[in-house]
Write a protein that binds this ligand. Structure first.
Ligand code: CO8
Length: 256
């Protein structure tokens, strides 16, 4: 059985699904390696322009595998390859939409936060419960969560370890959209199809700028955006998009 499944339904969309139902999709070494392999493959697959990252209908991911790390030493944690897996996800250049049903806890919540858009079901629950098992988040929970929701909401989630509902997560800016549980995957897929049909160089640039700009002073980020904006005028899709608008026809984008 493979812990991470890839589907390529066509139209520039890929689906990456975590498949470890017996442990609520806990992120053990096999799942982490599977995710890294999947995203590394999709990075270089020119047919793929947007990715949906999903768990099951019951759980997105219940965090790092507690059983696998309960007796680990710092050296074992350092050498377990997790850093590499997260780096592949962090550096993935194409838009990723997380489709979240059920639990998204600890490393699972951190995984969702690696996505660019999060679609959550009404029954989804997000949390960073690491403190309850004597550790802290290790894949961006203290940083990405704080950037997403602000210090005071993040502190409450991190310091109590209590999960929040999808509606609460949406209200604080952790979730892009909440839909009925049974509609999560279809909605994520529909959005992925919309994005995959748009100029892919522009989509990748937007992702790069939003992420890189968040770590820069405003003026430096604006300058970076301006230069990228100018470069867009060297793409085939820019010419096609603007000509199609003027000629009152649908554009045919080629990703060039
Ligand atoms: N690790 C290992 N096994 C797990 C995990 C987990 N995180 N979560 C659930 N399971 C297993 C259970 O042990 C159980 O197995 P078994 O049937 O063999 O006893 C099975 O999945 C089903 O779980 P439950 O019976 O507990 O199901 P419930 O519906 O009663 O509860 C919960 C669901 C609320 C999700 C509950 O399982 C839970 O609290 N899980 C732990 C959540 C947690 O603490 N997550 C944080 C882990 S630490 C972490 O993520 C650190 C991140 C660091 C960086 C990332 C590195 C990858």
């Amino acid at each position: 059985m493979s812990e991470v499944l890839i589907e390529l339904p066509g139209s520039g969309v890929a689906i990456v699904r975590i498949n470890r139902p017996e442990a609520h999709n806990a992120l053990n070494a096999a799942v982490r390696a599977g995710l890294a392999k999947a995203f590394a493959e999709l990075e270089t697959n020119e047919e793929v322009r947007c990715v949906v990252l999903a768990g099951s209908e019951k759980v997105f991911a219940a965090g790092a595998d507690i059983k696998a790390m309960a007796e680990a030493s710092p050296a074992e944690m350092t050498n377990n390859g997790a850093d590499h897996s997260w780096r592949v996800l962090r550096e993935f250049s194409k838009p990723v939409i997380a489709a979240v049903n059920g639990w998204s806890l600890g490393g699972g919540c951190e995984l969702a936060m690696h996505a660019d858009i999060i679609i959550a079901g009404e029954g989804a629950r997000f949390g960073q419960p690491e403190i309850k098992v004597g550790i802290i988040p290790g894949a961006g929970g203290t940083q990405r969560l704080t950037r997403a929701v602000g210090k005071f909401k993040a502190m409450k989630i991190l310091l109590t370890g209590e999960a929040i509902s999808a509606r609460e997560a949406e209200a604080m800016g952790l979730v892009s959209e909440v839909v009925a549980d049974e509609a999560v995957f279809e909605r994520a897929l529909a959005l992925a199809n919309v994005i995959a049909a748009l100029p892919s160089i522009a989509a990748r640039k937007i992702k790069e700028l939003v992420l890189a700009g968040a770590d820069l002073p405003l003026n430096a980020a604006l300058s970076m955006e301006r230069q990228a904006f100018w470069l867009m005028f060297d793409t085939v899709d820019q010419k096609e998009g603007m000509r199609a608008f003027i000629e009152k026809r649908s554009p045919v984008f080629t990703g060039k």
